[in-house]
Design a protein around this ligand. Structure first.
Ligand code: ATP
Ligand code: LTN
Length: 338
């Protein structure tokens, strides 16, 4: 008899986050909390996108340290390295190799339309080709593992579309069978948590303004200060109006996801009360949600040999899957075996 938990029948999930800072509350709500929830029912591959971090200039020492820290943050948040495959992207060289094959099939015009590229390149003096073609690396990340489902935040929808189209381009040129078309999984609530200082833009871990995001390893005092000084409007009535009151709407969304209460229920609870009350209660809720994760993280960082061991095992499991796909792709594209 088979059950949905049998490895052979379980569908594959893949997702990752770029090592450009510490994971934020936005990453947690929009991505990692969903990755965690899916661990029981799917064969999950979660990785640390360190090659993606190179799309903007990085200090080598800081990048290496962040990779270790990120891995500890994944485990501390509850990703399970025993049941699933948790690995570092650059430890599996197949990612870079498949990227090249796919790059040779990606229309420049398609990459030019990517809104994230437009946003990220807008204020950068020297824009490099890596930032431009990074969605192709993302497609390779997904396709190597024959992923069925890719849980991401709203900002990644367009990149997923390219990935799906690339399978079509490849199949048309070389024949079908080597690559699987993935489905995006975008949560209904919390797919886009906004910045605390500029609620018109996404909360982002690489922001230069530390007050704009809450890191999952921030100390309680810092979290409270950031939430209390979050930008809201000058009105006093608590209601959900993302267009006219984006800051307040963002706080209500975070509150709703973490408390599992609906936004209308919260609005009712805060009727006749000030924004300050809501901010104080939300700060307490965020602190109590994140504290156990931060403590686990601090403990894991004291055991780096253990983390290295998990990383190596993860890389081996990931390579076992990725190398099969790449071999198939090489064969189909006509590259001569060694
Ligand atoms: P960067 O600042 O380097 O762009 P980021 O904070 O946007 O980083 P990523 O590593 O690009 O984070 O994203 C990891 C995952 O978290 C992705 O699935 C992404 O969609 C999701 N995500 C990122 N920011 C948010 C957010 N503010 N709200 C909801 N989901 C988010
Ligand atoms: N580009 C993503 C991170 C990422 C990713 C992936 C997500 C890199 N490769 C593959 C899902 C699947 C981002 O959020 N910036």
């Amino acid at each position: 008899m088979t059950s949905s938990n049998d490895t052979a029948t379980r569908k594959t999930i893949l997702s990752g986050s770029t090592t450009t800072g510490n994971l934020t509350l936005g990453n947690y709500i929009g991505a990692v909390s969903n990755w965690k929830a899916m661990q029981q029912d799917y064969d999950c591959f979660y990785f640390i996108a360190d090659l993606h971090a190179l799309t903007v200039a990085q200090d080598p020492v800081a990048l290496r340290e962040r990779c270790m820290s990120f891995y500890a943050q994944y485990i501390a948040l509850g990703l399970d390295p025993e049941e699933n495959t948790i690995f570092v992207q650059s430890h599996v060289h197949e990612h870079a190799e498949l990227t090249w094959i796919l790059t040779c099939m990606t229309p420049m015009g398609y990459l030019n339309r990517m809104t994230q590229f437009k946003d990220k390149s807008a204020n950068v003096k020297n824009v490099h080709a890596g930032l431009f073609s990074y969605p192709v690396l993302m497609a390779a990340d997904i396709l190597l593992y024959q992923a069925d489902l890719v849980p991401v935040g709203q900002d990644q929808k367009q990149h997923l579309e390219l990935c799906r189209d690339l399978v079509g381009y490849f199949d048309n040129r070389y024949g079908a069978g080597a690559l699987k078309v993935p489905e995006p999984y975008i949560p209904e609530v919390g797919a886009k948590i906004m910045s605390l200082t500029d609620p018109e833009s996404k909360m982002s871990k690489s922001s230069e303004n530390e007050k704009s995001y809450i890191s999952i390893i921030d100390q309680p005092k810092k979290i409270t200060k950031k939430i209390k000084s979050a930008v809201t409007d000058s009105d006093t009535v608590v209601n959900y109006d993302p267009e006219n009151k984006p800051g307040l709407a963002n706080l209500l969304t975070i509150y709703s996801v973490l408390s599992e209460k609906s936004v209308p229920t919260l609005v009712e609870e805060y009727e006749g009360r000030m924004y300050g009350h809501l901010k104080g209660d939300l700060a307490e809720l965020v602190v109590s949600t994140l504290t156990p994760y931060r403590e686990k993280y601090e403990d894991l960082m004291k055991h780096q040999d253990y983390l290295r061991q998990l990383m190596r095992a993860g890389a081996e499991k990931a390579t076992a899957r990725a190398s099969v796909t790449l071999a198939d792709v090489y064969e189909k594209t006509g590259l001569l075996p060694r």
